[in-house]
Design a protein around this ligand. Structure first.
Ligand code: IYR
Length: 227
């Protein structure tokens, strides 16, 4: 191949006709709009292989210099879940009883959240996403780039993959959450980023009746001159 450069290979992407593209984009939008943050989980087991596939989807996210500066801790151990719940509720109790502003509490009121976090024990899996502030190779520090952006992108794909599998998730951010680093005995370069319970929603699960912004409120088009 005359244009082949060292270390490169042909890109075999996916291609669709314009009609298929329209239909797929519309259907994917409708499908993703069915995703909701769920706080009521069933304890019905979920095969570990499903979670493995979900994590490999998340790990396909782009990242600064392809460093993939993340690890996904999957907790099914009831004793670890209990410890995580206990530590999270301790912090959240303080948050809801003085650490959060009145404005913050008022913003959360429609979501019906409080300091109690039973889902941390009920959901079959807790996925704790850690960001790697820097890499560690044989004790040597290596630079990572755009760590928050990279791990945020991976977390987005994680939520999409969870929804695609027909499961429910909750993006939970107990604050502060350094207790996760201790309980899960993570190395010094890892910082907790998100705690995501995953499982089937409870039969009687309810979600707040809230809306998403429309296109006009989120998209700004710069079309340029039309011929
Ligand atoms: N971390 C707390 C409070 C909380 C904060 C935001 I911003 C939310 O969108 C939801 C909850 C909690 O988990 O209850």
């Amino acid at each position: 191949m005359p244009n082949a450069e060292k270390g490169f290979m042909p890109y075999k992407g996916v291609r669709f006709s314009k009609a298929e593209m329209l239909q797929r984009s519309r259907e994917f939008c409708q499908f993703m709009n069915k995703r909701r943050t769920v706080r009521d989980f069933s304890d019905k087991p979920v095969p570990l292989e499903v979670v493995e596939n979900i994590i490999m989807t998340a790990s396909s996210a782009p990242s600064g210099a392809n460093k993939q500066p993340w690890s996904f801790c999957v907790v099914c151990d009831p004793e670890l879940k209990r410890q995580i719940r206990e530590a999270a509720e301790k912090e959240e109790y303080l948050n809801y009883h003085g650490r959060m502003s009145e404005e913050w509490l008022a913003d959360l009121a429609p979501l019906g959240t409080d300091w109690q976090k039973p889902f941390l024990e009920k959901a079959p899996y807790l996925i704790i996403v850690f960001k790697k502030a820097y890499g560690l190779e044989n004790g040597e520090k290596k630079k990572n780039y755009y760590v928050n952006e990279s791990v945020g992108l991976a977390a987005g794909l994680l939520l999409a993959a969870i929804h695609n599998a027909g499961l429910a998730s909750l993006t939970h951010t107990p604050s502060p959450m350094n207790f996760l680093q201790e309980i899960l005995e993570r190395p010094e370069n890892e910082r907790p980023f998100l705690l995501i319970p995953v499982g089937y929603p409870a039969e009687e699960a309810q979600v707040p009746d809230i809306n998403r912004k429309g296109l006009k409120d989120v998209m700004v088009l710069y079309e340029g001159m039309k011929e």
